[in-house]
Design a protein around this ligand. Sequence first.
Ligand code: XLS
Ligand code: CA
Ligand code: CA
Length: 493
Amino acid sequence: MRATIWILLTAQLAGATQLLNLRAGAKRESALDIDGTPSKSVDQMYTLRGGAKEWFPEVTPIKYEGPDSNNLMAFKYYNADEVIMGKTMKEWLRFAVCYWHTWRGFGADIFGLAGTAHRPWDGSDMEAHLNRVDVHFEFCQKLGIEYYCFHDRDVSPECATIEETNANFDVIADKLAAKQAETGIKLLWGTCNLFSHERFMNGGMTNPDVNTVCMAASQVKKCLDVVTRLGGENFVFWGGREGYFSLLNTKYKMEQDNRAAFLKAAVEYGDKIGYKGAFLLEPKPREPTSHQYDFDAETTLGFCEHYGIIDRFALNLEANHATLAGHTGEHETQAAFARGKLGSIDANRNEAMLGWDTDMFPTDPALATYVMKCIIEQGGLQPGGLNFDAKVRRESTDIEDMFIGHIAGMDNYARGLRAAAKMIEEGAAAKLVEDRYSTFKTTDIGKKFVAGKATLEMMAAHAAKNGEPPQTSGKMELAEMIFNKHAYGTPTY
Ligand code: XLS
Ligand code: CA
Ligand code: CA
């Protein structure tokens, strides 16, 4: 059975490589600069040599060329070492490439399970897994991205026994460690896939069968070992199947209790083995379950507070999950920021006309500006970062598109950083908000109220004495005008 699959895969791989070479020829003319002149680097990159030492031989490291550049394969706003408000851009932004969409995604959707993308690094045997490590680090290096993120099962296969699975994970970890040392690229976070295997159809941490909960525990234990070994700066829990489809077969409270017990056990184990990173929970309201327990930022923080684990967890937020919850990415960022729990960002965006998780590259200047404003105000995102949990559209089948998606996302956030810094330096936006709440600072009753010392009688007496307050404009259009001036302003800075 395995041998047959392997033969099929090999044949498919050979076919895919050929196909790419064919596409190579066909696509040459389309590799143009914005102004229509042929771009040498884009043109040449189609000559892919799958399996050769260099996977993207014609792509030279992407450079900053400034806002006036017409080169598609250059940064217009991201200038890694430029200092903005006391930190370099790369320190503020801490970009990461995600392993799952980038190397294991193939353009599948629910109406096209076979996908559309044929990559020379596809394959499911150990050789393919090891090859992908090379592909990955070369890609990160060429983009100048210094971090990456993975699920255990993205980097390493699930085998017949736990022993075999873990042994293979160690082999991959050896290579990841060697490549990290060679390139200086670091692990932003690791996580466990507790949702794809059929054993997790009823959940991982919240499975109704304790034997399956233990399978999840075994996976988390191993992944924590590997992430610790690789110096991972965060460990993420995203509970894709930690929720329910039907309340009629679900012990709601017990599942929440179990999840808290599981998370406590994971933190304890991390402490025991000397894991130094942060623990993050990633909210998402639904999909694949109809209700996921970590619904949104507030719900997740409430859960942590209720179970006494709030000091050990922060949030990893994703814009597309925010919109699924009926919020905006801005709202979720602010909700976490306000509680001092803005841990890391999965930088993507949703498609407004669709109701599911589209994980598109983050190209919205307003969202990037708002997120970067919060990040600047909290003095940075470290140990978190901006992870591109994003995939090229299933129609974007060229390898070039993977570079372009990342370049566009990086430039958008770099532009957001520049815009947010200007807005903060200018001060008009902050002044508008400060003025709006000024009575809490300028009146005795306001100061007492903020200090928690105003009784209801005191406040009623104040109202009786003061009478009707003057009408004060909320200045919403002005706030938007100031914000847009920066977020969408002429990009000359
Ligand atoms: C899925 C999530 C997932 C997490 C990591 O919707 O975004 O990819 O980021 O498990
Ligand atoms: Ca995510
Ligand atoms: Ca997602």
